[in-house]
Design a protein around this ligand. Structure first.
Ligand code: NFE
Ligand code: MG
Length: 592
């Protein structure tokens, strides 16, 4: 039987526009896959010629999600150029804003962007509320706690709310799901737990956003970070502001521990067969045999490291998440991440050809070559040529995955005490081997482990900030000599974002930005094939996955969602002359 082509475009419940073309064999197993951003926009180009100190405010408009992270990375690039070390209060405040952003991002991802790939909402209507409550107790116990939502009455109330929606024939936020698909594996009671927490998480995420606004001034797009430090002097001086942050942190941590983690255990256990369904090697993966579990993918992981724990200087401080590189899922060897070894390739991206370039010398010259319109009326990606607006980042001439899973894997490989403790505890409680991490389910579990770790460590930081301010240290800014930029200089802000390794590189000449490049987590993960024809992380993760119903490619969406795609971030160049680069129509229903 001939191979079939599945096109998912757009992938929904993500930021931006992403198209996946997958080829399945006669057993409905994916044997080839292509990831394409169909969106073109931009920031890097408009930063050229501007004052470096303003770059952060513009750079954070790359995205509406990890806004504060781009802001901070851009400012750190300038601080690197000037060799500025920020004061302790500024470091702690930046850590708290970023930490709250991680918690917010991970929670919204798990519940609102990803959960419905595992939770069948319609099935929840046939759940027994008492059994649901008992089931919630069972999974909370695995996580060593009590359920956040308790009692048959609470579950009955939520079930009635959803039933009302369904009876009126309008599923609202739950519309357009693949409800009833054979690859949904939770019981009706487990599905009801998922739905109940989904709705509650809408309130919790608001509080996590508030935490960012306490020190950031607002959210999204905070405005209190400046080159040399922070401007939220009044908030640091006012114990009530710090106490409010701490209260919101404690309230939201409760949900992380008593709802998010138990539910990851529940879903992880019910989908565990997928996490452990293969132990193939990388060579077997690229032959289409699957590796680790479903969705394992490249098995090469990279982290730049992040969250400074002392004030010795940006690239000198001890880190909460260590930097490093692990190849082929081999945790026995870990290599240092060397910024010199980063390059972006555009062989299969809609830009003027060049050899792979280091970001300091990166170019963004669009060259849109269109799609292949065939006799069947459909437009296909020209996969032998250019097929995405996303470039292909390369590290040390290999493709790597970045993100929470990479951070946890590298932390364990580097024998980092705190990360090893959180990962080991998680696996021990759930009676799971470490190999389960190398899968779609594992990627989702790693994000939950990171959220708990982040919540706990932020409680230490907020107390440290309160104690430091109480001791009389109210310093928030380090002075620096701007005239230094009249000479030629350069700087990079290399650290992490919720979705993985994030770098901003800036060349400065005559006090103005001469070149600016951002290489972003979703660029690393969603990039197309490179100049050697090697797959990006999304593409590799789909190989070997079995699709239960090609008309409902739930498994493709589930695995891609596990990376938490942000295409707005991944593509951030624009043709500033507003020239039309090409027009094509997308058939969102296509599955042929
Ligand atoms: Ni637009 Fe982002 C994060 C950055 S991109 S969300 O996290 O940087 O992947
Ligand atoms: Mg870029």
């Amino acid at each position: 039987m001939a191979k079939k082509h599945i096109i998912v475009d757009p992938i929904t419940r993500i930021e931006g526009h992403l198209r996946i073309e997958a080829v399945i064999d006669e057993n409905n197993t994916i044997v080839d896959a292509y990831s394409s951003s169909t969106m073109f926009r931009g920031i890097e180009t408009i930063l050229q010629g501007r004052d470096p100190r303003d770059a952060g405010l513009l750079a954070m408009r790359i995205c509406g999600v990890c806004t504060g992270t781009h802001y901070q990375r851009s400012i750190e690039a300038v601080e690197d150029a000037f060799d500025v070390t920020i004061p302790k209060n500024a470091r702690l405040v930046r850590n708290l804003i970023q930490g709250a952003l991680y918690m917010h991002d991970h929670l919204v991802h798990f519940y609102h962007l990803h959960a419905l790939d595992f939770v069948d909402v319609v099935s929840a209507l046939s759940a027994d509320p008492q059994k649901t409550s008992d089931e919630a107790v069972k999974w909370a116990k695995v996580a060593g706690t009590n359920p956040y939502i308790e009692g048959a009455g609470a579950y009955k109330e939520i079930q009635d709310r959803v039933a009302k929606f369904v009876k009126q024939g309008r599923l609202g936020i739950f519309g357009n799901g693949y409800w009833g698909n054979k690859h949904y594996k939770l019981t009706p009671e487990q599905n009801l737990i998922g739905v109940a927490q989904y709705l509650k998480a809408l309130d919790i995420q608001r509080d996590m956003a508030k935490m960012q606004a306490i020190f950031g001034g607002k959210n999204p797009h905070p405005q209190s970070i400046v080159v040399g430090g922070v401007t939220c002097v009044q908030d640091i001086q006012n114990p009530a502001r710090i106490a409010l942050f701490k209260q919101l942190l404690q309230d939201t941590t409760k949900f992380v521990k008593q709802a998010y983690l138990p539910t990851v255990y529940m879903a992880g256990t019910m989908y565990a067969d997928e996490a452990t369904d293969s132990k193939a090697t990388f060579t077997e993966l690229i032959q289409g045999k699957g590796v680790g579990g479903t969705g394992g993918g490249l098995l090469n992981y990279m982290s730049y490291g992040d969250f400074r724990l002392d004030d010795t200087g940006f690239y000198k401080s001890a880190l909460l998440f260590p930097s490093g590189v692990v190849y082929n899922g081999d945790l026995s060897k870990v290599y240092e991440a060397d910024p010199e070894k980063i390059a972006e390739d555009v062989t299969h991206a809609w830009y003027e050809d060049s050899k792979p370039l280091h970001p300091y010398d990166g170019q963004t010259i669009p060259n849109y070559t269109g799609l292949d319109k065939r006799a069947d009326g459909m437009a296909y990606l020209k996969t032998d040529e250019k097929y995405s607006w996303i470039k292909s980042p390369i590290y040390n001439d290999t493709r790597v995955e970045v993100g929470p899973l990479a951070r946890m894997v590298i932390g364990v490989a580097k024998k980092d005490e705190r990360i090893t403790k959180y990962v080991t505890n998680f696996l021990k409680r759930g009676n799971l081997p470490i190999s389960v991490l190398f899968s779609t389910v594992g990627r989702t579990a790693a994000r939950a482990i990171e959220t708990e770790l982040m919540a706990d460590v932020m409680l230490e930081w907020v107390d440290e900030l309160a104690a430091n301010a109480a001791s009389g240290d109210l310093s928030t800014w380090t002075d620096f000599d701007f005239d230094k930029v009249s000479v030629k200089t350069k700087g990079m802000g290399l650290a992490e974002a919720p979705r993985g390794a994030l770098g901003h590189w800036m060349r400065i000449e005559d006090g103005k930005i001469a070149n600016y490049q951002a290489v972003v987590p979703s660029t690393w993960n969603a990039g197309p094939r490179d100049y050697k024809g090697r797959m990006g992380a999304y593409e590799a993760s789909l190989i070997g996955t079995k699709v239960a119903d090609p008309e409902q490619p739930l498994e493709i969406i589930r695995t891609i969602h596990s990376f938490d795609p942000c295409i707005a971030c991944a593509v951030h160049v624009v043709d500033t002359k507003g020239k039309e680069l090409g027009v094509y129509k997308i058939d969102t229903q296509c599955s042929i």
